[in-house]
Ligand binder design. Structure first.
Ligand SMILES: Nc1ncnc2c1ncn2[C@@H]1O[C@H](COP(=O)(O)OP(=O)(O)O)[C@@H](O)[C@H]1O
Ligand SMILES: Nc1ccn([C@@H]2O[C@H](COP(=O)(O)OP(=O)(O)O)[C@@H](O)[C@H]2O)c(=O)n1
Length: 235
């Protein structure tokens, strides 16, 4: 991938439902290409963490909007070490807890929150010095960077996503069945789908369905799409 130091970073936008592999695949792709990696879901999770800790009713839109000026958020772009802070506190692990997964959609549905975070994401990408950035979430291909040269929708059947996520959780202290994980994923996707469409590819967005691909094959499929798109741009 050729980029000179003065050019804008190559932006790779990836969307998809919960457990589709967005974060793990995007990180691996970024590593291979020497790109930065931006997990946008982490910002929504971090805001939900702040809201929960502030004793605010997360259904109270005015109160959630009111907390935005006190939300001092940082995230690293290094795919090997993703550290997230809120007001100077390291929340990298705290934002992955089940109570945050269960409350994040309420915060993410607030339009002013989305505008605020989208501005933040665009400035993080613009300020980076890496040759490219893989940025993943729910509305990256459609709202955050709809003009990105590479836009991908990463999907997998719901049962496969639940099984993968449950395997991941059972590696930790929490033992969760694929069925329970499936219920959580379904509930979150249903809530999130009311705000943005991440189940259907928008025009010009390439769908990669990883249902019958293993992890390495999925990474390779994404890299192939990036190579094809950037070669086309340079031709
Ligand atoms: N193609 C794949 N084959 C097998 N496991 C996968 C594949 N893609 C992702 N995974 C695994 O599925 C789990 C969920 O992926 P993750 O990247 O957290 O999804 P998302 O960020 O979309 O919620 C992780 O444990 C990841 O390693
Ligand atoms: N671009 C984005 C990214 C995440 N989100 C919200 O943030 C939540 C957490 O995102 P995530 O990417 O960490 O979720 P996982 O699919 O990785 O579990 C989602 O359930 C959405 O509510 C969003 O609304 N828009």
């Amino acid at each position: 991938m050729t980029t000179d130091n003065n050019s804008e970073p190559t932006v790779v936008a990836i969307d998809g439902p919960a457990g589709s592999g967005k974060s793990s695949v995007s990180r691996a792709v970024a590593r291979v290409l020497g790109f930065g990696y931006l997990d946008t879901g982490a910002a929504y999770r971090a805001l939900a963490w702040l809201v929960n800790g502030s004793g605010i009713d997360r259904e109270d839109v005015d109160a959630v909007e009111g907390i935005l000026p006190t939300f001092d958020y940082t995230i690293g772009l290094d795919p090997d070490v993703v550290v997230v802070t809120v007001n100077g506190e390291d929340v990298t692990d705290a934002i992955r807890q089940p109570e945050i997964s269960a409350s994040v959609s309420a915060v993410a549905r607030v339009p002013h929150v989305r505008e605020h975070l989208n501005t933040l994401f665009r400035s993080i990408v613009a300020d980076t010095y890496v040759p490219g950035v893989v940025i993943e979430g729910r509305d990256i291909t459609t709202v955050v960077v709809p003009d990105a040269p590479v836009r991908i929708l990463l999907t997998a059947d719901e049962a496969v996503r639940a099984a993968r996520r449950s395997l991941e959780l059972s590696d930790t202290a929490v033992r969760v069945t694929a069925e329970a994980t499936g219920d959580q994923i379904r509930a979150r996707d249903a809530a999130d789908s009311q705000v943005v469409d991440f189940m259907n590819a928008a025009e010009g967005v390439v769908t990669i369905d990883s249902t019958s691909l293993n992890f390495d094959e999925t990474v390779e499929a994404v890299i192939n799409v990036i190579r094809a798109a950037t070669e086309k741009e340079q031709a």
